[in-house]
Design a protein around this ligand. Structure first.
Ligand code: FAD
Length: 395
C-alpha cells in the first residue's frame, strides 16, 4: 500500500488530520488498532476551547456540536466552604468554551470519514495495529502493521504519529535524538459517569481538605464527576453510595445546590501525569497529540492540544503540497512546543493548586488556599486563569 500521509491512530488527532488533508486534496490512510465501537466509546475529554470549536466548524465537523454542545461562559471555584465564579467573556474579551464529549466528537469524525453523511473521506482501517515505523528519517518512511491476521506495509511520504501516549510512533525516534520531560503526581482521579442531570450550570472545581473534586457534565442528562484518590486505588473499593457521599462533602459550600444522585454507569481510575517528548519531528515522522505530550486533565487541555498540533501539521503539509516549501514543516516542532509548554504550565498550576498532596504540610495547605483567594479577589489573577482555560490564541 502507498499513500502520501500515513496516519497512525483514529483518536481526535488522527481523525481531524485526515479530514483536514482530505479537504486539501492530500491523500492519506488512517490505521487504528481498535475496533470502531471501542474508539467511539472511550470516555475521556469533554471541554472544547473556542479555537477547537472553530476548527471543527471550519472543516465541516461542527453541525452536531452546534446543535448539542453546551456553551459555558464560566467555571466555579470552591474552597474553604466558599464559592467563586470566574466569568470567561468578561475576563477574555468574549471567549467561552463548549461542553461536548470526546466520544461524540470521535463519532462525528468517523461518520464523516466513512461517508455516512455524504462523500467518503480517506481510507480508515479499524483493527489495523501499527507495529513499527521503519526508515522514519528517509523520504519514504514505512509503517509496518497487522490487519486481518496479515502483516502489511504502508509506504508513505510522511508518517503522522497520532497514536496516543501508549502508541508506537514515539519509539521510532532514536533515543539519542530525543529529550523527555516527565512528572508523576502522588494522586489519581476516580472518574464517574452518572445518568443524572448535572447539579450545576457550569463546571465546579473544588479544593477540599479531604481532596479535590470536579463536577463536570457531558450533556443535560449525563454528569461526569471526579474525586482525587490515592495512587493505586481499586475502583471496587468505592461503592456508589461512598462515591456520592464523598462528592457531596467535597463539593459542599455555603448556599450551594445539593448534589443530585443517580445511577452510575462507569467508574474508572486515572493516574495523573505530565509528559513531553522533544522534538515532535524526526525526519518524515511527525508526532501529534498525546503521542508527544500529555497533561493532567485538571486544565482540560489534552484534546485541545491534540487539535492545535494537527492544525499546525495540516497547514505545513498543505504548504508543502502546494508550493514545495518546507518552511512550516521545518518549524512544526518548535511552533507546537511553544503552545504545549504553556498548556503544561497551566495544567500543572491547576493541578498543584487544587489537590492537597498526601504528604502536604499545613504551610502548603495555607499557600493553596491563599492562591485560590488571590484568584477570587483579583481581576488580574482571575483573568490569567480564564485566558488559559478558554485557550491561548492559535499561532
Ligand atoms: C479521564 C480523562 C479526562 C480527560 N479530560 C480532558 C478534557 O476535559 N479536556 C481535554 O482537552 N482533554 C482531556 N483529556 C485528554 C484527551 O482525552 C486526550 O488528550 C486526547 O484523547 C488525545 O487525542 P489523541 O488523538 O492524540 O490520542 P488518543 O485519543 O489516545 O488516540 C490515539 C489512537 O491511536 C490508537 N492507537 C494506539 N496505538 C496504536 C497502534 N500501534 N496502531 C494503530 N492505532 C493505535 C488508539 O487506539 C487511539 O484510538 C482527558 C483524558 C482522560 C484520560
Amino acid at each position: 500500500m502507498r499513500t502520501t500521509v500515513g496516519i497512525i491512530g483514529a483518536g481526535p488527532s488522527g481523525l481531524l488530520l485526515a479530514r483536514l488533508l482530505h479537504r486539501a486534496g492530500i491523500d492519506c490512510v488512517v490505521l487504528e488498532s481498535r475496533d470502531r465501537a471501542y474508539a467511539e466509546q472511550r470516555q475521556r475529554a469533554g471541554i472544547l476551547e473556542q479555537g477547537t470549536v472553530d476548527a471543527l466548524r471550519a472543516c465541516g465537523a461542527g453541525a452536531r456540536l452546534d446543535r448539542e454542545g453546551l456553551i459555558h461562559h464560566g467555571i466555579e471555584l470552591r474552597f474553604e466552604g466558599r464559592r467563586h465564579r470566574i466569568d470567561f467573556p468578561t475576563a477574555t474579551g468574549g471567549r467561552s468554551v463548549a461542553v461536548y464529549a470526546q466520544t461524540e466528537l470521535v463519532k462525528d469524525l468517523i461518520a464523516l470519514q466513512l461517508g455516512e453523511n455524504g462523500e467518503a473521506g480517506p481510507p480508515l482501517l479499524f483493527g489495523a495495529e501499527a507495529l513499527a515505523v521503519e526508515k522514519p528519517d528517509s523520504a519514504a518512511p514505512e509503517i509496518r502493521f497487522r490487519h486481518e491476521g496479515r502483516e502489511r506495509t504502508l509506504v508513505c511520504q510522511v508518517v503522522a504519529g497520532c497514536d496516543g501516549f501508549h502508541g508506537i510512533a514515539r519509539r521510532a525516534v532514536p533515543a539519542e535524538r530525543v529529550r523527555t520531560f516527565e512528572r508523576t503526581y502522588p494522586y489519581s482521579w476516580l472518574g464517574v459517569l452518572a445518568d443524572v442531570p448535572p447539579s450545576c450550570e457550569e463546571l465546579i472545581y473544588a479544593r477540599h481538605q479531604r481532596g479535590f473534586a470536579l463536577h463536570s457534565m457531558r450533556s443535560p442528562h449525563v454528569s461526569r464527576l471526579y474525586l482525587q484518590v490515592d495512587n493505586g486505588t481499586d475502583p471496587a473499593e468505592w461503592s456508589h453510595e461512598r462515591i456520592w457521599d464523598e462528592l457531596s462533602v467535597r463539593l459542599g459550600a455555603d448556599g450551594a445546590r445539593p448534589l443530585e444522585r443517580g445511577p452510575i454507569s462507569a467508574v474508572s481510575v486515572t493516574p495523573m501525569r505530565s509528559f513531553v517528548q522533544e522534538p515532535m519531528r524526526h525526519g518524515s515522522l511527525f508526532l501529534a497529540g498525546d503521542a508527544a505530550h500529555i497533561v493532567p486533565p485538571t486544565g482540560a487541555k489534552g484534546l485541545n492540544l491534540a487539535v492545535s498540533d494537527v492544525l499546525t501539521l495540516a497547514r505545513a503539509l498543505v504548504q508543502h503540497h502546494r508550493t514545495g516549501s518546507t518552511e512550516l514543516l521545518d518549524g512544526y516542532s518548535e511552533t507546537c512546543l511553544r503552545r504545549v509548554w504553556q498548556a503544561e504550565r497551566f495544567s500543572f498550576f491547576m493541578t498543584d493548586t487544587l489537590h492537597p498532596r498526601p504528604d502536604q504540610s499545613p504551610f502548603e495547605d495555607r499557600l493553596q488556599v491563599a492562591q485560590l483567594d488571590r484568584i477570587a479577589t483579583s481581576a488580574t489573577a482571575s483573568a490569567e486563569l480564564a485566558e488559559n482555560y478558554v485557550g491561548l490564541p492559535l499561532s
